[in-house]
Write a protein that binds this ligand. Structure first.
Ligand code: FES
Length: 210
């Protein structure tokens, strides 16, 4: 019996086509896309359409001071701001934006980043400084697919290739699936103009580690 729970929506302006899928339609879409077929657990997830497994050696070039931007959506390369990211939402598959050149660092898919803003930030948490915003590598540490799903109820990222799940509140630790290594994080700050800004590079090299 298929789940009747809808997939919750993330930022509707994301360049990804975020889709509402029940368990059956998810399976059919994954199969049609050539992705790994696997049944969802009946829980609510936000899904982005792309699932790519063309892993490559890490060539990440994200740097401290970079902003983040959606690319390929025809909307120009504007920096993503706190106001673009409501509590509980995610913006997936964005790229670092070099503020000096105004260009996205698109030279490697290893630069792909998922942004999230959790709800109910615990009092006294370091996350108060970013109002709940966090940044993670969008490249799964299992086989290098894009991590393209966000589960707000559980604060988890999910990779639909083989269903690895990563705990956003535990530095991206693996909580389910075949991955063994956590997702790299990017420390961020919110600048005076509300722009989400990297304060350092990735915590470890993005890419498949298994
Ligand atoms: S590539 Fe992500 S779970 Fe396998």
């Amino acid at each position: 019996m298929s789940s009747t729970k809808p997939f919750s929506g993330a930022d509707p302006a994301s360049r990804n086509t975020e889709v509402s899928l029940n368990r059956r339609s998810l399976l059919s879409k994954l199969t049609a896309a050539g992705g790994a077929a696997a049944l969802c657990c009946g829980q609510s997830f936000t899904a982005a359409a792309e699932t790519s497994a063309d892993a490559e050696p890490s060539g990440a070039s994200l740097k401290a001071g970079d902003h983040f931007t959606r690319v390929g959506d025809g909307a120009g390369l504007s920096a993503i701001r706190l106001s673009d990211l409501p509590a509980g939402a995610a913006i997936m598959d964005v790229m670092p934006l070099d503020p000096a050149t105004g260009k996205a660092r698109e030279e490697s898919r290893m630069n792909a980043v998922n942004l999230v803003r959790i709800s109910n930030v615990p009092s006294g948490s370091p996350l108060e400084a970013t109002q709940g915003v966090m940044a993670y590598s969008a490249i799964c540490t299992h086989k290098g697919c894009k991590v393209n799903s966000w589960a707000p109820e559980q604060n988890r990222w999910r990779c639909f290739c083989h269903m690895s799940e990563f705990d956003v509140l535990a530095n991206g630790e693996v909580v389910d699936g075949p991955a063994t290594q956590p997702l790299p994080t990017i420390p961020i700050a919110i600048d005076a103009e509300g722009i989400i800004t990297a304060t350092a590079g990735f915590s470890s090299a993005p890419g498949a580690a298994d």
